[in-house]
Design a protein around this ligand. Structure first.
Ligand SMILES: Cc1cc2nc3c(=O)[nH]c(=O)nc-3n(C[C@H](O)[C@H](O)[C@H](O)COP(=O)(O)O)c2cc1C
Length: 170
């Protein structure tokens, strides 16, 4: 899939909030601007409206498993604009809890992903996606586990180091 890359400004934060099913209930102006929609088109839409086909399903499986168990998800996400362009972000997604600890919604805050991190993650996502296309998400999960084992790291450590190392260098 083609499309041109759009870049976030260094100081920008993209924010959105969903209900427990992943339907958008809030997004900020910069979210709508980057994705190429009006805010009113986005409210009520499933968050997968900006899902890019280059993203492996495994990334979202990991995200949902973590946030549903009230843990933070960090990851690099390639998002699709309404006109076929795309933009990369470093995303954090968390559950919002009521006073009894029940999940009432989810919130995501994203900022610009460093170029080096994107360059590292592209071939990894390609491997995962290829495994998914031929053999499904179980297979891509094995590919990721092997990669993390070989690099003696965990998913969180890998992702956060990627973001931080690059930040330290720039
Ligand atoms: C708060 C929140 C923010 C999300 N942000 C994104 C996002 O920016 N891009 C994206 O593709 N999916 C995002 N997702 C995940 C989507 O809900 C969905 O799982 C993903 O797009 C895959 O969709 P699909 O399973 O229908 O293919 C987010 C989910 C939540 C709860």
């Amino acid at each position: 899939m083609g499309g041109r890359e759009k870049e976030l400004n260094d100081e920008d934060f993209i924010v959105s909030k969903t209900d427990t099913k992943g339907k958008i209930i809030y997004c900020n102006e910069i979210f709508a601007k980057m994705a190429g929609y009006k805010i009113s088109d986005l409210i009520g839409a499933n968050h997968n409206i900006i899902r890019h086909p280059d993203m492996p399903a495994l990334a979202f499986k990991i995200a949902w498993e973590l946030i549903q168990s009230k843990k933070e998800f960090f990851g690099f996400v390639k998002n699709l604009c309404s006109n076929g362009n795309y933009y990369w972000v470093f995303a954090c997604i968390t559950a919002d809890l009521d006073v009894d600890g029940n999940i009432i919604s989810y919130t995501s805050v994203r900022r610009k992903a460093p170029k080096c991190a994107i360059e590292t993650i592209i071939p990894i996502y390609k491997l995962l996606l290829d495994a998914e296309i031929s053999q499904g998400v179980k297979a891509s999960s094995k590919v990721l586990d092997n990669f993390l084992n070989q690099n003696q790291t965990t998913y969180d450590e890998f992702i956060i180091n990627l973001q931080n190392n690059i930040k330290a260098k720039s």
